[in-house]
Design a binder for this molecule. Structure first.
Ligand SMILES: Cc1cc2nc3c(=O)[nH]c(=O)nc-3n(C[C@H](O)[C@H](O)[C@H](O)COP(=O)(O)OP(=O)(O)OC[C@H]3O[C@@H](n4cnc5c(N)ncnc54)[C@H](O)[C@@H]3O)c2cc1C
Length: 431
């Protein structure tokens, strides 16, 4: 079986690569063995590695590229707690006790990120300035009001803001109100990912770059992980490849749909502009179906991200659209240069919940954060790691499910484009 790593077909200059420190690559030379082998060195895999090392296990992490190369080192760096669903929707789907367990897990994910950053002294421009979800329309504001009351009922530090308060918080006049979550914050995501890796390394993890895994098989009582650099053996294996899971990587590769998200960023804004655009270290994502997310980085560059495409002409069309959207929100940005543009792949699941699978006892797969993985993958990685090492099912936030093919997986690119066109249309006409 040939496994290739997926990538967007466009030259990219990522702001995060330009502003992160270098990673010291380790080479895998010949056979190796560990208690736990982790495939994929993004936030999920590295957080899992850190937790397993904390518990005294030997850990090997293998990445076809290098730590933080995937979505984890390219995202918007918004550390947002919760899932896409409202707490009551989760409870309706899973029942009261399992539902509240998921809500409580998801509500704590941002805390977990900032606790790890503090514990391991990770230098990643971490700021806990809160997150705002501003609305353009009354209908969205009504949904945000329900979200606010459901989280407030669980003692979360959240609030519904009126138009004036949103204008004060964002500096933009285009919104009519919004949801404000003080639990949230932001990080430089590549620095955060590398920091997780460095912390795991200090506790003994071996993290190998440029090692592509092509298969995992159980032989006798151990797993044999085949790679382009030789075999690695382990008692337990975690697959943490998310949006970069190759469709040819068995059924797991067809269980999620890789979707592109792209971003652009300015040079550092003038002191004047920094006071009027997203003052107060806040980050935000709007309520559109095809949402945009935006914030300032630690040096005051404005960055905005949104839907991408997996083909070059689509990407070339979408980058300027982001610029136009930014100027609509903040007219003061007109005429500025946007020297950075980049993107990556996230993983969608059919039910919009992240999934955990265990097709063979001891082989655990976790993916599908549906674009909200910085906080969630940190906690999800830790939870699957604890489960893999202990076998205690109570440590998992969500039940293990069988691997199911994403509907019409082979047609997913066309399907996602059609859905994006339709959602964009609904957003434009305000439905
Ligand atoms: C542009 C963009 C913006 C986003 N913004 C936000 C945001 O602001 N906030 C938020 O919460 N979430 C955001 N997300 C989502 C978030 O980044 C992801 O959910 C999260 O990073 C997933 O982490 P991961 O470790 O599971 O996967 P990834 O970070 O994608 O890592 C997967 C790794 O697996 C490796 N791999 C794949 N196949 C193999 C193989 N066969 N052998 C070895 N290695 C392999 C890859 O090289 C890669 O390094 C964004 C995503 C994108 C793309």
């Amino acid at each position: 079986m040939t496994i290739k790593t997926l990538e967007l077909p466009v030259d990219m200059t990522s702001l995060w690569e330009a502003t992160a420190h270098a990673w010291k690559h380790e080479k895998l030379n010949g056979p190796a063995s560990a208690d736990l082998v982790i495939v994929g060195a993004g936030i999920t895999g590295l957080s899992a590695a850190l937790r397993a090392c904390e518990a005294g296990n030997s850990v090997i992490v293998l990445d076809a590229n290098h730590p933080g190369w995937g979505a984890s080192g390219r995202n918007g760096g918004q550390v947002i707690p919760g899932l896409k669903y409202l707490p009551e929707e989760i409870i309706q789907q899973f029942g009261i006790d399992p539902g509240e367990k998921i809500v409580s897990f998801a509500g704590r994910t941002a805390d977990a990120v900032f606790e790890i950053i503090k514990r391991y002294n990770i230098d990643c421009d971490a700021i806990r300035g809160g997150w705002i979800e501003p609305a353009y329309r009354a209908r969205s504001l009504k949904a945000l009001s329900a979200k606010t009351s459901q989280w407030q009922a669980r003692n979360a530090d959240v609030e519904l803001l009126d138009k004036k308060a949103v204008a004060n918080a964002t500096g933009s006049e285009v919104f009519i109100g919004g949801f404000y979550d003080r639990r949230a914050g932001s990080v430089q995501p590549l620095k955060y990912s590398l920091g997780l890796g460095e912390a795991a390394r200090r506790l003994g993890a071996k993290i190998f770059s440029h090692v592509t895994v092509s298969s995992v098989d159980k032989q006798a009582d151990r797993f044999v992980v085949e790679t382009n650099k030789g075999q690695v053996r382990a008692d337990r294996v975690l697959i943490c490849t998310n949006g970069y899971t190759d469709p040819s990587f068995g059924p797991i590769g067809r269980s999620v749909a890789p979707v592109a998200s792209i971003q652009i960023a300015t040079d550092p804004l003038s002191v004047n502009l920094r006071q009027s655009i997203m003052p107060g270290d806040i980050s935000g994502s709007d309520t559109n179906r095809l949402l945009v997310y935006f914030r300032l980085d630690a040096e005051g560059r404005f960055l905005i991200g949104g839907r991408g495409a997996t083909f070059a002409s689509g990407l070339e069309r979408l980058f300027p659209q982001l610029q136009t959207h930014a100027v609509k929100m903040f007219p003061e940005l007109a005429g500025l240069d946007w020297p950075y543009r980049w993107g990556g792949l996230l993983a969608l699941t059919a039910d919009h919940y992240p999934h955990i699978h265990e097709p063979v006892p001891g082989l655990v797969m976790a993916m599908g954060y549906n674009g909200r993985g910085v906080a969630l993958a940190t906690q999800w990685g830790a939870a699957i790691s604890e489960y893999a090492m202990s076998g205690d099912i109570n440590l998992l936030p969500i039940p293990i499910t069988p691997i199911r093919k994403f509907p019409f997986h082979r047609l997913r690119t066309v399907g996602i484009e059609v859905a994006a066109f339709w959602y964009g249309f609904l957003d434009r006409i305000g439905v």
